[in-house]
Ligand binder design. Structure first.
Ligand SMILES: [Zn+2]
Length: 281
């Protein structure tokens, strides 16, 4: 059962809401312990931390943008200063597992450990208690959704049941969903691996798709979330695409670039004003 959150008035009279989100998978996303004998694959993953994030932070500051970074707990352990820099720059931090286990391939015990260890690591390393979650590998399970409810998370960003914010429900668990889609994820355009191949499309494929989706969101006055990975989007020529896209967005309308936390605050405040307990969920 799903209900869309409709008719949200964006702050400042904005016509559309854009959320730029980055999944900081780095060494952990590829399972660095399994890659200790494969230095090339491991080095590409680490590029996201060494080059991607600094470039992205410079870009966000220069363009006066706030973004949401989903960070696995072990990445916070391994790259603590980098994650501290993200927090210090005013960006939102979301939970992205601990060692980036895919919930649908993990036992219930492992799923619980991913949530608990990720929370502990982000608290220990950067003193952040994330209130939003993005599922590694984008296959949320009923058990993990229940854990998000149990640990009082306020939003999830892993499902695709609408292109507007909506309430994702399963059994007695429910959570505000800030939806994603594979076509709005840089991974499918840019990542090539020796094991799995890939498309490695030219820059125009991503740019034209993301711009058309923005135009649709603008016409419908809705929100759109773009998902990026520092090891993918953080390459030099791809950052040029991202900058061109932001300029194109701004030329077409009054855009509210918001973190997922800001959007959740707005939606929950509106639900509260309408007298719906717990944001209507
Ligand atoms: Zn990830």
């Amino acid at each position: 059962m799903r209900e869309a959150v409709e008719g949200v008035e964006w702050p400042g009279g904005a016509d559309v809401c854009v959320a730029l989100t980055f999944d900081l998978d780095a060494d952990v996303g590829v399972g660095w312990r399994r890659l200790e004998e494969r230095l090339t694959s491991l080095s590409e993953a680490r590029f996201g931390a060494t080059r991607g994030v600094p470039r992205i932070l410079d870009f966000l500051e220069r363009m006066d943008l706030r973004a949401t970074f989903y960070v696995p707990g072990e990445v916070a352990d391994m790259h603590t200063d980098l994650v501290k820099a993200i927090v210090a720059a005013g960006h939102a931090i979301g939970h992205h597992g601990h060692v980036h286990l895919y919930p649908d391939r993990a036992t219930a015990t492992e799923q619980r450990a991913e949530i608990e260890a990720g929370l502990e690591a982000l608290d220990r390393c950067v003193r952040v208690r994330p209130l939003g979650y993005r599922c590694p590998g984008w296959e949320l399970t009923p058990y993990t959704l229940g854990l998000l409810d149990e640990f009082r998370f306020r939003w999830d960003s892993s499902c695709m049941g609408d292109d507007r914010p909506y309430v994702e429900r399963h059994g007695s668990a429910s959570l505000l969903e800030l939806p994603v889609h594979w076509s709005l994820d840089d991974w499918v355009y840019f990542i090539f691996t020796r094991d799995g191949g890939g498309t490695m499309l030219g820059p125009d494929a991503l740019k034209s798709t993301w711009l058309l989706e923005f135009e649709s969101a603008l016409a419908e006055r809705r929100m759109v979330t773009y998902t990026m990975h520092p090891e993918a989007m953080g390459r030099g020529y791809r950052m040029r695409i991202l900058e061109q896209l932001v300029e194109e967005f701004r030329a077409r309308g009054n855009v509210w670039f918001a973190t997922h936390e800001q959007v959740t605050d707005l939606i929950d405040a509106r639900a509260g004003a309408e007298g719906q307990p717990n944001g209507g969920r």
